[in-house]
Design a protein around this ligand. Structure first.
Ligand code: HEM
Length: 156
């Protein structure tokens, strides 16, 4: 818990264990998807864990992606020249949210609103950073996400 007593989104979702389950299952769906499977054909076995670590850090968990994999600039670099399209982006977000439902991750309005907000923001940046001529800012800070306007968490 934070000092205010409000849990981080990371705590609310169930920590790294929940995020690892989410990304593992998500990339199984990605590999079965005709639009996305070619995009991720070269990903290595640790990709799902790396993305879980990245999400953990964004959602207020430990800064292990920054410590181990090079932070936000490294993540941006991974999207360079991928020529991602809006249909790919929309499918990516749709599959991630469907996987969150499938795994029964928290589905209260406050958490899902915050999650969708981050995914819309991050996935649109991924598309922008994948276009020809996009450059990496080596000093780009890691984004951090909170409950936002809904001022969660949901208390029933
Ligand atoms: C919030 C949205 C997103 C986040 C947080 C995210 C996160 C990441 C991270 C952390 C990596 C690097 C993994 C590593 O360090 O090994 C990565 C790589 C990658 N991402 Fe994303 N991403 C997002 C959106 C997207 C979207 C929408 C697409 C495509 C539709 C995409 C396609 C890729 C691809 C192709 C790679 C490289 C995979 C490889 O190593 O072959 N990403 N992403």
């Amino acid at each position: 818990m934070q000092s205010s007593g409000t849990p981080t989104l990371y705590e609310w979702v169930g920590g790294i264990e929940a995020l690892n389950r989410l990304t593992k299952r998500f990339y199984e769906h990605v590999h079965a998807d005709p639009l996305l499977s070619p995009v991720f054909a070269q990903m290595d076995a640790s990709h799902a864990e790396h993305v879980a670590a990245f999400l953990a850090e964004v959602l207020g968990g430990p800064a292990s992606y920054s410590a181990q994999y090079g932070g936000h600039p490294h993540m941006v670099r991974k999207h360079l020249d991928r020529h991602l399209t809006q249909p790919m982006r929309r499918r990516w977000v749709e599959l991630l949210l469907a996987t969150a439902d499938e795994l029964a991750l928290p589905d209260d309005p406050e958490f899902r609103s915050a999650l969708v907000g981050y995914l819309e923001w991050g996935s649109r940046l991924a598309v922008i950073n994948s276009q020809p001529g996009a450059a990496v800012d080596p000093d780009a800070p890691m984004p951090t996400w909170g409950w936002g306007e809904t001022k969660g968490p949901y208390l029933g």
